[in-house]
Write a protein that binds this ligand. Structure first.
Ligand SMILES: [Zn+2]
Length: 307
C-alpha cells in the first residue's frame, strides 16, 4: 500500500488507470466465484470424507434434541435419497420369515407328496412259501446259539451298531446277525427311508428292527411260549428281518442345527405318516427285485426277506 500510494503521488493519471484495471479484475473474479457458487448450490455438497454427501442442516438439527430413532430415520432417508442402488443380498438361512417358510413347505409338499401305497395286502402279497424259498436259497444253515453265530463271521454280518437303523432294545428272541446280502438290503432300506424323509421335509427318524436271526435255541424257547410258532421260520437263515411300522426312533436335531433356529419349515409328523413313507420305500425296493415283503398285522411289522 505504501508503494502504491507513493507511485500514485508521483504518477496520478497512470496510477488511476491501473487501479481501475485492478478493480475490474477483482469484480470479474468475484463474479466468476459467484457463478461457480450458484452452479453448485442445488446439488449435494461433499462431506468431510470427500465422497459421502452431508445431510442437509434441517435434517441434522433435530437429532441433537430429539431421540435417536427419528434422527437415524431422517439420516437414513437422506442417505437413501442419494446413495447408489445396491443389489439385494440373497436371504440368509436364518433370515427366512415364517410366511416364506410356510410357502416353501407348501411347495415341497406339492413336489414330494406322501402317497403311501394303495393297499398293504395288495402291495406286499408275498406269503410264507415265497419267503422260505428265498431264505433257503440265500441263507446259512440254522445257527445253534449265539456263541455259534459269533464264530461264523465268514457267513454272518453283525448289524447291531450303525447310525441308519436301530435294533429294538426289547429284542430278546433273536440276535443282530444277517448274511451279507440281507445286511446290505437292510442298510439300503434304512438309508432310503432317511433320504425320503429329508426330501419330503419330514424330521429325521430311523427305522426300528424288531427281529433278525433266530437261533435254534430261540425257536425252541418261542415254541414253549407259543406252540403255534413255526419251526420253518425264515428268521433262522439270516436272510430275514422285521421292521416295526408303528414305532420309529426320532433323531434329535443338532444343538446349533437349522431345526433349532426354525429356519427350515418341517412337516408335523405322526407314526402313520412314517409308516406311509416306509411303505413307499419297501414297495420300490420290492419292485426292483431285491426283496419279498409281508405286511404283518398282528406283529405290527414288515417281514422282509432278501432275494
Ligand atoms: Zn418276521
Amino acid at each position: 500500500m505504501l508503494t502504491f500510494a507513493a507511485a500514485n503521488a508521483t504518477h496520478p493519471h497512470r496510477m488511476r488507470l491501473k487501479k481501475h484495471i485492478f478493480l475490474k479484475g477483482i469484480y470479474a473474479a468475484v463474479g466468476v466465484l459467484f457463478v461457480v457458487r450458484l452452479a453448485g448450490w442445488g446439488g449435494p455438497q461433499a462431506g468431510a470424507d470427500g465422497g459421502t454427501p452431508s445431510p442437509a442442516p434441517t435434517d441434522t438439527m433435530p437429532c441433537a434434541d430429539s431421540s435417536a430413532t427419528p434422527c437415524a430415520d431422517s439420516s437414513a432417508a437422506a442417505l437413501s435419497a442419494v446413495a447408489p442402488p445396491v443389489a439385494p443380498e440373497p436371504p440368509s438361512v436364518a433370515a427366512v420369515s415364517p410366511a416364506r417358510a410356510r410357502s416353501r413347505r407348501v411347495s415341497l409338499e406339492r413336489k414330494h407328496p406322501i402317497l403311501s401305497v394303495p393297499s398293504y395286502a395288495n402291495s406286499f402279497p408275498d406269503l410264507q412259501d415265497v419267503h422260505y424259498a428265498a431264505a433257503t436259497l440265500h441263507g446259512v444253515r440254522p445257527v445253534a446259539n449265539r456263541l455259534e453265530a459269533e464264530r461264523r463271521k465268514a457267513d454272518l454280518v453283525y448289524v447291531g451298531a450303525n447310525p441308519f437303523f436301530r435294533i429294538d432294545s426289547a429284542m430278546h428272541r433273536s440276535i443282530p446277525y444277517l448274511v451279507p446280502r440281507a445286511s446290505l438290503l437292510l442298510h439300503d432300506i434304512a438309508r432310503a427311508f432317511l433320504d425320503s424323509l429329508a426330501v419330503k421335509h419330514i424330521p429325521p427318524h430311523t427305522i426300528i428292527v424288531t427281529s433278525v436271526l433266530r437261533t435254534e435255541e430261540d425257536v425252541a424257547r418261542l415254541r414253549r411260549v407259543n406252540p403255534n410258532a413255526s419251526e420253518q421260520s425264515c428268521h433262522r437263515f439270516g436272510t430275514t428281518f422285521d421292521i416295526s411300522y408303528y414305532r420309529f426312533h426320532t433323531v434329535a436335531p443338532a444343538a446349533d442345527g437349522p431345526e433349532r433356529s426354525g429356519a427350515l419349515a418341517r412337516r408335523p409328523v405322526q407314526n402313520d405318516t412314517l409308516k406311509y413313507v416306509l411303505s413307499e420305500v419297501l414297495r420300490d425296493m420290492r419292485a426292483s427285485g431285491r426283496c419279498y415283503v409281508k405286511h404283518e398285522v398282528k406283529q405290527g411289522c414288515f417281514h422282509v426277506t432278501t432275494r
